[in-house]
Ligand binder design. Structure first.
Ligand code: SAM
Ligand code: SF4
Length: 414
């Protein structure tokens, strides 16, 4: 583990060359700790900062253009974002990928216990003093927007369990240049909170739902609440959103419901996204549980032969499909069988303040510790740039990922 000291940061404070700063920071590891710099550690061990843990456990609005993008229906036609003016940005990595999308996890807590996300034994929660405060979230968000982030999604854990969620959305919406603020939620609290969130300016929402059968919901989420989620989805549609409905496909659990989800898009203005089941620490993933994209596509086409590929936006992680005449659409998030690392524009900040440049990478840097040690904005830019420059070209492949140490998904924020 490398430790970056404040002394080292001081030495690069005036430097405007982000790549060089990055190098300097990454070579850091010597020096004292004169002013209380704690541990903005870049680690390769899965958890980059000094996690103080308690003994508790816890468990876009896209348009609906119908354009066929390839006859086989399996090509992702998205073009990478124009990065001509961003090559020297701290948010550009060494492969030229500019990161304009930030996901911020607001909490490690959740009111569900989904089997693919939350380990059966629960997770150790970070003490609340060591989670990012509202002001810290806002300060980091503003800095990332200054550097070119245009879209922020709040996630968790379950972001709606955080009492200041509406205020955070409202304050994020005041940041000039930020174009979209969204949340990813399990939907349980939407009937109570969505009107307020919309007033606060919420632009987009993703709602997770893995089954259309109430009885099966409890099997996967280990809690009740299916009807509340459906009510939340319908409320979102009534309020004018086109929610994305995230559905993790799992063999033997919901692979028999794929066509029912497609049927759901006939009348409902939703974008159902089938997500390939991904390995994270504690979820006992194996390939036999995964429904590969092409298999899902073939199954759906047995009932909907006209199921066709639609146009994708730049940097889309999902491959868009739909049935002509249906109000909603389908997307496939093929992280395992056809990764989209080449156009990745996403960065993540965990609830405990670590910057994670890749969902499947275990190198992290603690922005929380840097903030709390009194780092200037330039120091923070250097730290961020260093981490972004270290981003790998692509993830290691599903079999390697399943062997790799990473956080459980609930502690990352999807
Ligand atoms: N609690 C919120 C929710 O469920 O939408 C936000 C956090 S959750 C970690 C974000 C997304 O990650 C959800 O759509 C969830 O289905 C997805 N997810 C969690 N674990 C996953 C896994 N192992 N493979 C694929 N997707 C996963
Ligand atoms: Fe909670 Fe979302 Fe994870 Fe389910 S997927 S346990 S709702 S954080």
């Amino acid at each position: 583990m490398l430790r970056i000291t404040q002394t080292t940061l001081g030495a690069v404070r005036k430097c405007n060359h982000w790549a060089e700063c990055g190098e300097l920071l990454l070579r850091a590891g010597v020096g004292g700790n004169p002013t209380g710099w704690k541990s903005a550690a870049i680690s390769a061990n899965g958890i980059g900062n000094s996690r103080s843990q308690s003994s508790m456990t816890s468990g876009e609005s896209s348009d609906n253009k119908r354009q066929i993008s390839s006859s086989s229906g399996t090509t992702n036609n998205s073009k990478p974002e124009d990065t001509s003016n961003t090559s020297s940005s701290p948010l550009t990595d060494k492969f030229g990928r500019f990161h304009s999308y930030l996901r911020i996890s607001l909490t490690e807590r959740c009111n569900l216990r989904c089997k693919y996300c939350m380990p059966a034994e629960g997770v150790q929660l970070t003490h609340k003093d060591n989670l990012l405060s509202k002001d810290e979230v806002l300060r980091l968000a503003s800095l990332f927007v200054e550097e070119g982030v245009r879209k922020i999604r709040l996630t968790g854990g379950e972001p709606t369990v955080r009492k200041d969620l509406t205020e955070i959305v409202e304050r994020l919406k005041r940041i000039p240049l930020l174009e979209s603020v969204g949340i990813t939620t399990n939907g349980l609290m939407l009937t109570r909170q969505l009107v307020g969130l919309q007033r606060a300016g919420l632009d987009a929402l993703n709602i997770s739902l893995d089954t259309l059968k109430a009885a099966k919901y409890e099997q996967i989420s280990r809690r009740k609440g299916w009807d509340r989620v459906i009510a939340g989805i319908d409320l979102a549609i009534q309020l004018g959103y086109k929610p994305k409905v995230n559905c993790v496909l799992m063999k033997g659990f919901n692979d028999d419901e794929m066509c029912d989800f497609v049927a759901m898009t006939e009348e409902r203005h939703v974008d159902v996204r089938f997500i390939e089941y991904m390995p994270f620490t504690g979820n006992r993933w194996d390939t036999s549980q995964m429904v590969p994209f092409r298999e899902a596509l073939a199954t759906i086409r047995t009932r909907y032969p006209q199921f066709e590929a639609l146009e994708n936006g730049p940097n889309d992680t999902s491959k868009a499909y739909g049935v002509p005449g249906f109000r909603g659409q389908i997307g496939f998030i093929t992280s395992m069988t056809e990764h989209f690392c080449g156009t990745c524009n996403r960065l993540r900040i965990t609830a405990d303040g670590n910057l994670k440049v890749c969902l499947f990478g275990n190198t992290e840097v603690s922005l929380r510790d840097a903030l709390r040690a009194g780092c200037s904005e330039d120091d923070l830019r250097c730290l961020i740039s260093a981490a972004v420059k270290r981003k790998k070209k692509q993830h290691a492949g599903m079999l390697n990922l399943s062997q790799m140490k990473n956080r459980p998904m609930i502690l990352i924020g999807g």
